[in-house]
Design a protein around this ligand. Structure first.
Ligand code: GSH
Length: 205
């Protein structure tokens, strides 16, 4: 298997967690986004959107992190990273979609702002992304309750949140004292070898 990816891409990180959890070996092909390699004709043949990650498994080409993770689950079902019942599967898919849209994106916006010298930051963008992240965290805290992971057992939904949960402190988001289930979940995720070996978080953890 080959994974076309970029170390700092949180969508690629979702897929790398799932590959590690399933103990699948693969060749990592670095697509340098800074040099626009994702828009070269040979890469566009793999993914017409010109984005990483892309997985090539023999003659199967799959792009989009959520669809890649579903393919991996279908093709390599052990260990299971999705519930078997349709209700649980729908819930897992909803959480994964929520991670992509309501968490990965605003944390990315905040990371871009925090990287800039303070005088150059867009205060309104910082305020809006912080607000969205905190709303998401409060919701997740409520959803977790006493469960160790989002759907009870570790799943692709936890894998989707994990990379960006690892950088919260570095972007200045503090967990509220009443978010105890959330804090315990983040600690549990940080202990998983699949999360510990993630590349692209250097300087942020
Ligand atoms: N929905 C896609 C999003 C992938 C994505 O946005 N990848 C970014 C890097 S993190 C990318 O390749 N950007 C390059 C570009 O848009 O030119 C997924 O889940 O895989």
């Amino acid at each position: 298997m080959k994974l076309y990816d970029y170390p700092q891409c949180p969508f690629g990180q979702k897929v790398r967690i799932v590959l590690a959890e399933k103990e699948l070996s693969y060749e990592l092909v670095n697509v340098d986004l800074r040099r626009g390699e994702q828009k070269r004709p040979e890469f566009l043949k793999l993914n017409p959107f010109g984005k990483v990650p892309v997985l090539v498994d023999e003659d199967v080409v799959v792009y989009d992190s959520t669809i890649i993770n579903e393919y991996l689950e279908d093709e390599y079902p052990h260990p299971r990273l999705m519930p078997e019942d349709s209700q649980g599967r729908a819930r897992t898919r909803l959480f994964e979609d929520y991670a992509d849209l309501a968490f990965i994106l605003p944390v990315g916006v905040l990371m871009n702002e925090v990287r800039k010298p303070e005088a150059e930051r867009d205060a309104e963008r910082v305020r809006r992304s912080r607000e969205e992240i905190e709303r998401t965290l409060a919701y997740l805290n409520g959803q977790l309750g006493e469960q160790p992971y989002l759907g009870g057992e570790f799943s692709v939904a936890d894998a989707a949140f994990a990379p960006r949960l690892m950088v919260l402190r570095a972007v200045g988001i503090e967990l509220r004292p009443q978010w105890e289930p959330l804090r315990r979940w983040i600690e549990r995720l940080a202990e998983r070898p699949s999360v510990q070996k993630l590349e692209g978080l250097e300087g942020w953890r």
